[in-house]
Write a protein that binds this ligand. Structure first.
Ligand code: NAD
Length: 418
């Protein structure tokens, strides 16, 4: 892909945020110099024997941004739009995300340029296994621990663990997180990102004096993160008035029956035709009067123009990078409270960390224990970021980067790098 600009290219975007916070924190120039690049990147060709007997090669990447605080950690994405700078940028995002919730990890990310919907189940399994073989020298429980991301799931992680374990000759559950519970996955992992979103929304609402009872919520992207956030926010008393997926947006001013919408999406594969709701375009939905907007779909949804029309008081970034830098500026100028992605959606990687800890200890926790520990981590991270934002008089995104970059810079100093 060659059309990405500094407003949409994740690598350039995160470099810009990094530079900005290094300046705000008055850090030695060497911190930016070291962190602005990706430590290690691998590009691989992944040949797959297709069902018709032909062979097709797919391009895959794995990037490790840092291992200053621990092994690299980050998901694997299967998408036709994957490109190297995206993978590198997302690996940097993972560094700052894991550091903001104080996990002993660095940042990693992987991707394969493929539309998985065009593959049969057998072809998808071969692709998953061959990709993990291709990057096997780069990953490991002490080195780099992948997980699911867009269009990859627990089953795909199961195939990948199996393939990796064949190479080592013994079972290595700690090499990948987000795997099925029956293969050493953690209870609570699949809901963890949405749960983290709901926890940070609850904390932010207290700070801005927003009563969640009856608060109106709009959710863009009704997949794992968006739908779980919706269900949990409804449990906290909020009213979900609109939701969208890649095909349609649905709206009911009096509130959607969120659990019924989740069932409808599961049964039909789409929100389209959900009873008791009006259809809107994505643009109309993002401009609805509401209290809380949860972008939980893809990158670059809230650009300058859309950000100017948003009517929410609070934005909870369930997705990675849903706001462009110019959109971010508009939201700040308009005084909208944004819970930035690296904090808001860090619940997923936090429970991935719990999964890894359980794998290394071979001792498994109850779902209640997982959720309690997630609650503690998310609240502590939210408070730390909020304090930083007050101390320096900056927005929550700058503050989140400042908390993580400061933590990493301290570790660099202890290592004698700066
Ligand atoms: P998913 O595939 O389960 O859901 C994505 C949803 O977004 C789908 O319903 C899809 O139809 C919808 N969508 C796609 N394009 C859209 C558009 N233009 N407008 C409206 N909806 C659209 O994915 P997910 O796991 O829920 O991830 C969503 C976002 O959250 C991604 O940015 C991902 O990187 C991020 N994230 C996910 C996790 C996790 O644990 N799953 C953790 C951290 C961050």
């Amino acid at each position: 892909m060659t059309t990405a600009t500094e407003l949409t290219n994740p690598y350039l975007i995160v470099q810009k945020y990094l530079k900005d916070v290094c300046d705000k924190l008055d850090l030695p120039p060497s911190v930016y110099e070291i962190l602005k690049e990706t430590k290690r990147v691998m590009e691989v060709s992944v040949p797959v024997k297709m069902d018709d007997g032909s062979v097709k090669s797919f391009i895959g990447y794995r990037a490790q941004h840092t291992d200053i605080l621990g092994p690299a950690k980050g998901g694997i994405r299967f998408h036709p739009g994957v490109y190297l700078d995206e993978v590198k940028g997302l690996s940097m995002w993972m560094t700052f995300k894991t550091a903001v919730v104080n996990l002993p990890y660095g940042g990693g990310k992987g991707g394969v340029v493929v539309n998985p919907r065009e593959l049969s189940r057998n072809e998808l399994e071969q692709l998953s296994r061959n990709y993990i073989r291709a990057i096997s020298t780069m990953i490991g429980p002490e080195l780099d621990i992948p997980a699911p991301d867009v269009n990859t799931n627990a089953q795909i992680m199961g195939w990948m663990i199996d393939e990796y374990s064949k190479l080592t000759g013994y079972n290595v559950p700690g090499v990948i997180t987000g795997k099925p519970v029956g293969l050493g996955g953690s209870l609570g992992r699949s809901e963890a990102t949405g749960r983290g979103v709901a926890i940070t929304v609850r904390e932010a609402a207290k700070k801005i004096g927003l009563d969640l009872k009856g608060a109106k919520v709009v959710i863009q992207g009704f997949g794992n993160v968006g739908s779980t956030s919706g269900v949990l926010l409804a449990e906290l008393g909020a009213t979900i008035i609109a939701a969208s997926d890649s095909r349609s947006a649905i709206y009911n001013a009096g509130g959607l029956d969120i659990k019924a919408a989740v069932r409808h999406k599961k049964e039909t594969g789409a929100l389209l035709d959900f009873l008791g709701a009006t259809r809107l375009t994505n643009e109309e939905m993002l401009a609805l009067p509401c209290d809380i907007l949860v972008p939980a779909a893809l990158e670059n949804q809230l650009n300058r123009e859309v950000a100017g029309k948003v009517q929410a008081r609070l934005i909870a970034e369930g997705a990675n990078g849903p706001t462009t830098p110019d959109g971010n500026q508009v939201l700040n100028e308009r005084g909208i409270f944004v819970i930035p992605d690296i904090l808001c959606n860090a619940g997923g990687v936090t429970v991935s960390y719990f999964e890894w800890v359980q794998n290394l200890a071979n001792y498994y926790w109850t779902e209640e224990e997982v959720n309690q520990r997630l609650e503690l981590k998310m609240v502590a991270a939210f408070d730390e970021v909020y304090q930083m934002s007050r101390q320096y008089g900056v927005d929550m995104r700058s503050a989140a980067y400042m908390v993580s970059v400061k933590r990493i810079a301290d570790a660099m100093a202890f290592r004698g790098w700066i």
